[in-house]
Design a protein around this ligand. Structure first.
Ligand SMILES: [Zn+2]
Length: 492
């Protein structure tokens, strides 16, 4: 009796590429059927029956990107972000990201559960798979039950801000109570760390001295404010036993604080964003400083270099885009007053390429480490067990990336709904040539093939404790290294 599963043709086979997981790389053929990876075949084995073959000769075959930090269609005061989930997810796919993790931050009058329901409704048109972080702004006598309900809905990561008083700021007393509940649930506290009173003092001082505009943005949110909030949150994580994840870390010092806490047994994790390892505060001396206003701000060249070095050394766990889709006119309106501005940069589309160029091509980091930071670790830390790896049973989210392809980033050619790019006119190496999402080829040489609004809304399937956590692997050893000069060697 012949085995039916072998006789049924595979939907897709990806041949002749170098398959790179966080744990190592191998040559071989990726077999895809029914939206899942069915197996990996020895490179010399004869191809089984298949409907379509994609030749990845000379290219890297990577797990689809998982962007752990993406704001889509968020409304903050008078400023609405300009993209729908359809638009953001299509831009993500162009850039090799096949899973987006968005935020359900309660708006005034909303509780955390309502925020998740509303966000899930709004996200129906997503083209990528989507998961959500919940959010808590203020603790009240319903919050514990809300967090238990969120966990039942598969939301185990809860964002809290230590800044933006009168907005989304949660006091450290709230953060402590939420951490106590999350420790029991096996969830993760997601922290935006900037100590608010230090930020407000700096803002007032700079404004009084005529420096309250976007040109002086970096002065109004000092590095010390970030370090102070990270220190306090790490203390609470230690005392409550909760896992803590710091979004968008911007300085070497705060990465070191997290590393120190980890060495003392605190479950603490660092995320950074492409713009903090590629841009420095000279952008605020450019003709359009407002376009670079994000919080925390772009730091000094010294801080940026130190952060990038630690990232290359494997001390940072994940790369998030912190995607916020605004137009240049929205940014310009309050350029004279950074306290009123819409913060954030468009970035979901360029996260993979900008990081690959910076960390792997120029920085000498291994491709395995890049995969860990851009896909595997974000999946693991968010309990998305079928994401972030290529192997039998994983979702068939695959990016074929040409490590030698060089292109210029421009708002004229990107797919995000923003009329500017923080990288306008700059050349980057390492671009996706084919993107497979849930077994469908959505990007190839012919362009974008819209799968329609079929993105799944993902549920965090496991308590964090049940998932083996990957530390980002160390640089070197037998890992796949690419430099500007030895790519041919790698792919020989
Ligand atoms: Zn953010």
């Amino acid at each position: 009796m012949p085995d039916q599963t072998i006789l049924t043709p595979f939907d897709l086979v990806v041949t002749d590429g170098l398959i790179v997981n966080a744990s190592g790389s191998t040559e071989g053929t990726v077999l895809i059927r029914d939206g899942r990876i069915a197996g990996i075949l020895d490179p010399d084995a004869p191809l089984p029956p298949h409907k379509r073959q994609i030749d990845a000769t000379g290219q890297l075959v990577l797990p689809g990107g998982v962007d752990p930090h993406c704001h889509v269609g968020q409304v903050l005061g008078e400023f609405s972000m300009l993209d729908s989930h359809a638009q953001a997810s299509i831009a993500a796919l162009w850039g090799g990201t096949t899973t987006i993790i968005d935020f359900a931050i309660p708006e005034p009058g909303q509780n955390p559960l309502q925020a998740v329901y509303e966000k899930r409704k709004a996200a129906q048109d997503t083209r990528t798979d989507l998961a959500l972080h919940g959010g808590v702004v203020a603790w009240d006598n319903t919050t514990r039950d809300q967090l238990l309900s969120l966990a039942e809905l598969g939301v185990l990561t809860v964002k809290m801000f230590t800044t933006y008083r009168d907005g989304v700021m949660a006091g450290f007393d709230t953060i402590e109570k939420v951490m106590e509940v999350l420790a029991d649930l096996g969830g993760v506290a997601i922290i935006h760390a900037e100590e608010n009173h230090l930020v407000e003092e700096a803002q007032n001082y700079e404004r009084e001295n005529g420096r309250g505009d976007s040109r002086h943005h970096a002065l109004t949110r000092p590095e010390a404010a970030e370090a102070a909030a990270v220190t306090r949150a790490l203390g609470l994580a230690a005392s409550t036993g909760a896992a803590v994840y710091f979004v968008h870390q911007t300085t070497p010092d705060v990465v070191d604080l997290v590393a120190d806490a980890r060495s003392r047994g605190v479950r603490a994790y660092s995320e950074t964003c492409p713009h903090y390892i590629t841009l420095d505060d000279s952008v605020y001396e450019s003709g359009r400083p407002e376009l670079f206003v994000c919080c925390p701000p772009i730091r000094s060249a010294t801080a940026m270099t130190g952060l990038r070095d630690r990232t290359i050394r494997g001390m940072v766990h994940t790369l998030g885009s912190d995607h916020c889709c605004y137009s240049s006119s929205q940014k310009e309106k309050y350029s004279h007053d950074v306290t009123s501005m819409p913060n954030g940069l468009p970035g979901v589309e360029n996260r993979m390429t900008v990081s690959f160029d910076t960390l792997v091509v120029r920085g000498g980091m291994s491709v395995e480490n890049f995969v860990a930071m851009s896909s595997t670790n974000p999946a693991v830390l968010n309990g998305l067990r079928s994401k972030g790896w290529i192997g039998p049973g994983a979702d068939a989210d695959v990016v074929i990336l040409d490590p030698t392809m060089t292109k210029v980033i421009s708002a004229k050619t990107h797919h995000m709904n923003s009329d500017y790019s923080p990288y306008e006119g700059t050349e980057f190496t390492g671009w996706p040539t084919t993107v497979i999402s849930a077994g469908r080829v959505v990007i190839d040489d012919d362009g974008f093939h819209d799968p329609g609004p079929i993105g799944r809304q993902l549920f965090s399937k496991a308590q964090l404790d049940a998932v083996p956590l990957l530390a980002a692997p160390a640089v070197g050893g037998t890992q796949t290294m690419i430099t500007r000069f030895n790519k041919e060697e790698l792919l020989a």
